[in-house]
Design a protein around this ligand. Structure first.
Ligand SMILES: Cc1cc2nc3c(=O)[nH]c(=O)nc-3n(C[C@H](O)[C@H](O)[C@H](O)COP(=O)(O)O)c2cc1C
Ligand SMILES: [Mn+2]
Length: 450
């Protein structure tokens, strides 16, 4: 695994130290409010590219809070100790070479334990992020679950709204392993135990966003190059990362739904209120001086973890399977995960359409696909827009697939995710009157400007 090896990261704190050393972390000691202020500071740090935020003084709470930890590809590369350009290939290798977690008997995540009546979510620093969010939401919590009547564990992200001292609602979308587990439990009238983990070795967060047919903790181990230590929960037999800052244990109740939302989402829109299952919290455990980790809902961090990292390796694989002319692929965060761009060295005129179809098969979220020539910089939106403007003949180059499966939070789809997909061949037509792109040689200005 070229350029990637084990590192000194083993929990959130050791990663915060590395972010600090790389000037990727801003520590804010001024007192901040959970309601809207933290969300706004994190969004501004992201917009200005200033790094992650660590808030040491949170109004009305005894804990620190951090956010935007994996908000840029630079920080994700640091977390994986991997060069930015190698992330996709490295992740493919990790998915193929998982490392099983290591069970420990004692763990720092259980230094403080609250069960039964002692459980109080109002003590945990859970922010209300965007100005029109319906309440405080756990957005940066990794959900650890176990299949009903089985042993297979799973990691995923699900948003949870705080509904009371020991009550949360949980949005479980289509195509999720947690949905399979919960549906199976609910069919037999049983609740499904889960644990919500906040603040861990960042590879747990990277792995939780991946699609893997098994326990994503094994993929986290592969990224880290060693087994992740896990410990049994206090009120269930779920195993959670031992160095987690906070663990909220609970069970998703069967046969009951409650309205939750709205929440500023990865689509860049507020999602309308939604009927979701409810979690009864059975325990809260945390480290001494625990640091809560959050993710702004409508943020590039959300899109990078949920859409870019997990899908780009698959996109490359599917597109390349269809054409050896594929040069590179990109799922830009500004497309909310609904846009894929494929760069090709075209041999045949029909090829871009087949490649666009392959891209759509990568994952349900991919809705719009733009195929460009080799001379277009897929990381530069202006260059892609140039190809769209100067190389697309709409009636020939654009095709639609109506009534396909997309994501149900996409404002263009219905509540089950039914939508129209669009493929755009933005490569230059073979018989175009103009064939060569202008490229000026770069001048050495020091020779001209004193
Ligand atoms: C920050 C973040 C928030 C997310 N919120 C939700 C959510 O509320 N509900 C949901 O079903 N998926 C959500 N997702 C997407 C899933 O967590 C993600 O697709 C994950 O890989 C699913 O795991 P699975 O393949 O094991 O089912 C979110 C992803 C991220 C990164
Ligand atoms: Mn899974």
């Amino acid at each position: 695994m070229a350029n990637c090896s084990t590192t000194d990261i083993y929990d959130l704190r050791s990663f915060l130290a590395i972010l600090e050393k790389n000037d990727e972390l801003k520590t804010i000691d001024k007192e901040v409010a959970l309601q809207f202020e933290i969300g706004s500071v994190l969004a501004t740090l992201e917009k200005k590219g200033l790094g992650a935020g660590l808030f040491t003084s949170v109004k009305d709470r005894d804990f620190s809070l951090c956010g935007g930890i994996l908000g840029s590809m630079d920080r994700i590369a640091l977390a994986m100790n991997c060069k930015k350009g190698n992330i996709n290939d490295f992740l493919v290798k990790c998915l193929e070479n998982p490392i099983k977690p290591n069970i420990v008997k004692q763990a720092v995540c259980q230094e403080n334990v609250y069960v039964g009546d002692e459980v109080d979510l109002d003590k945990v620093p859970i922010p209300q992020h965007a100005p029109k969010d319906g309440g405080p939401f756990i957005t940066g919590g990794v959900i650890v679950s176990k299949e009903h009547n089985g042993t297979k564990q799973n990691l995923s992200f699900q948003r949870l709204q705080v509904k009371g001292k020991n009550k949360l609602s949980i949005m479980i979308n289509e195509w999720r392993h947690l949905k399979e587990f919960y549906d199976a439990a609910e069919k037999t009238g049983k609740s499904l135990p889960i644990a919500i983990v906040s603040g861990t070795d960042p590879v747990i967060y990277v792995a939780a966003g991946l699609r893997y047919d098994g326990d994503e903790t094994e993929v986290a181990g592969a990224i880290r190059g060693k087994a992740i230590d896990v410990v049994k929960c206090v009120t269930s037999d779920i195993y959670v990362p031992a160095t987690a800052e906070f663990v909220i244990e609970g069970e998703i109740l069967p046969d009951y739904r409650e309205e939750e939302g709205p929440l500023g989402e990865f689509t860049g829109h507020y999602s309308a209120p939604w009927l979701s299952p409810v979690v009864k919290v059975t325990a809260i455990t945390h480290r001494k001086g625990a640091i809560y980790q959050t993710i702004n809902g409508a943020s590039y961090e959300h899109i990078n973890l949920g859409n870019v990292l997990p899908r780009e390796p698959l996109l490359k694989k599917f597109a390349t399977y269809v054409s050896s002319g594929v040069v590179n692929v990109h799922i830009p965060p500004y497309g909310s995960g609904f846009l894929a761009i494929v760069q090709i060295k075209k041999k045949n005129p029909g090829e871009p359409k087949n490649i666009a179809l392959a891209a759509m098969m990568t994952y349900v979220n991919i809705k719009n696909v733009i195929v460009v020539d080799e001379d277009v910089d897929i990381y530069n939106p202006a260059d892609v827009m140039w190809a769209m403007s100067c190389r697309v003949i709409p009636e020939k180059d654009i095709f639609y697939i109506p009534n396909a499966q997309g994501h149900e939070l996409d404002p263009c789809s219905d509540e089950r995710g039914t939508q129209t997909k669009m493929g755009i061949d933005a490569t230059l037509a073979e018989n175009s009157r103009e064939i060569e792109r202008v490229s000026y040689p770069e001048a050495d200005l020091s020779r001209y400007l004193g």
